[in-house]
Ligand binder design. Sequence first.
Ligand code: TXA
Ligand code: MG
Length: 311
Amino acid sequence: MQRIVEASKKNIQIAADIIRKGGIVAFPTETVYGLGADAFNPDAVIRIFKIKQRPEFFPLIVHISERADTQKLYKEVSPQAVSLMDKFWPGPLTIVLEKKERVPDIVTSGNNTVGVRMPSNKAGFDFIRCCGTPIAAPSANRSGSISPTDARTVFEQLGDSVDLILDAGSTEVGIESTVISLLEKPVILRPGCVPKEDIEKVIGKVNVIREEPRPFRTVTPFEFLKSSVIIPDNNNLGFLAFAEPKNLKKRFKAIEVLSAGGDLWEAGKNLFEKLHKLDKMNLDKVYMEELPEEGMGLAIMQKLRKLAVRD
Ligand code: TXA
Ligand code: MG
């Protein structure tokens, strides 16, 4: 099958079908090309990380074509958010707010927030509308490369690992969307093509973040179960196992298994859900099994290492 196809009405329908079946489609937006999957299908979303060969999890922007879709994603839409949507949507502004429970953790990298935007590129917009589901999408480049602004570059970077690439020529802007959090006081998390000054005209003073946003954190301490670790005599401990554990069952009050069959991709998909589950159990400590650092294993281990370091 030809990978790059013109974003005609017929091909947009074919692309939307691929999405509904859990596939991955690269599509144009007004900023850069995105690598899209059904935001409510964790199996599809995990493939995005695989294709990008990203050694770390990161939160994905969810793309919509109708304002009503924000109801499926945000817990609540604040008046400030409404003003920004009125002014900048469709367009290159991503708004971060608290997420609904049903938004998969793999989309938000375990955070309780979700970033949403409505692209203005005609072909991209029509594609999202045709899918009938919100589309989670990072820029369609391989990890470490710059974001692609045309279909050929997407193909050069990602090749046959994408199910289809919708070609609508070069993107209009070439710089990514501005990402703003409205969780508390408005903060720009990533400066982009909507200038701060334009945003301030709508909602007043806005800050720009200087350091990395706080990564996902647990309440319970997490520690790797290395061979040197001596497990204390405590009956309130948890264990996050990679595969089905053989001889540890008696020592832990709670055990969660990332992938019974020891599959790294399945483990990646389940990671945040299992972490949240253990974190909510009021355990004194959770021990984590180390995973092989290959493929998705590297991304998982990076995330777990951050959890193990507490400040
Ligand atoms: O223009 C764009 O934004 C393009 C097109 C495809 O829409 N997308 C894009 O996605 O640049 P990506 O994944 O390359 O960058 C997403 C940015 C990251 O800086 C990420 O940390 C931030 O958005 N982001 C997304 N969701 C977030 C959330 N819930 N909380 C904090 N930051 C978030
Ligand atoms: Mg990017």
